[in-house]
Design a protein around this ligand. Sequence first.
Ligand code: ADP
Ligand code: MG
Length: 216
Amino acid sequence: MFQLDSVRHRYPGGAELAFPDWSLAQGGRAVLVGPSGSGKTTLLSLLGGLLRPSAGKVSLAGQDLGALPPGKLDAFRGRQVGFVPQRPHLIASLTVADNLRLAQYLAHLPQDSQRIEAVLHELGLAGLGNRKPHQLSQGQAQRVAIGRAVVNRPALLLADEPTASLDDDAAEAVVSLLQKVADEAGACLLVASHDSRVKDRFETRFALGVSKEQAA
Ligand code: ADP
Ligand code: MG
C-alpha cells in the first residue's frame, strides 16, 4: 500500500532524517515507534503527501507522490489518505457534519450525507452532527477528527500519537476504534506512538532511532 525508497528529509537548518525502505501491504496494520524527535511526525507527513521529501520516493497505492503536480496531489491525498493529527484541528466555525463534508469537498468527491451519518454513528457521535467543535468534549473532538480521516474511505489511515493524553481505558478504546474504522474503510493503518499500550496491539512495528548527527 505504501512503499518508501531511499527517503530522506532535511528541514531548513536541521539535521537530515533518513528513513528505511519500509513498505506496508494492503490491509496492513503497523505501529511507528521511536523517541521524541526521531521523525515519526515527519514520516507521517511524507506518507500523507503533506511534505515532499528532500530525496527519495514515496509511493502510495502504486502512485509516486513526487510525480503529482500540487493540485493533483491535494485531490489524491484527499481520497487516498486519512490523517488523524495529534490535535483534532477541526474548523471551529463549521458544524461536526460540515467538518466531514469539507473532507469530501476537498477530495473532489460528491457530497454524501448518508456516509457522514454512518461514520458519526460508527464513532458513537450520532446526533452530534449539528454541534460546533467547542460544544464537544476532548474525546468527542478526537473522534470527529477520526471520522474526518475515514469519511472518504482512504486507502491509508495515519494517526499521530492518538493516545498521548488519554487514560488506559480511553487509549484502549481509541486504538480499537482506529482498527475498526480502518477495517470498515478497507484501509491500511499506521499509528505513530511511543505508548506501550499501543505498541503491543500491533504485530508489525517500524522503529526509528536517533541518528548520530541529530544526537550531536
Ligand atoms: P517525532 O514526531 O518523532 O517527535 P518529528 O518528525 O516531529 O519527530 O521531528 C524530527 C526532527 O525534525 C526533530 O529534530 C525536529 O526538531 C525536526 N523538525 C520537525 N519539524 C520541523 C520543522 N517544521 N522545521 C524544522 N525542524 C523540524
Ligand atoms: Mg511527533
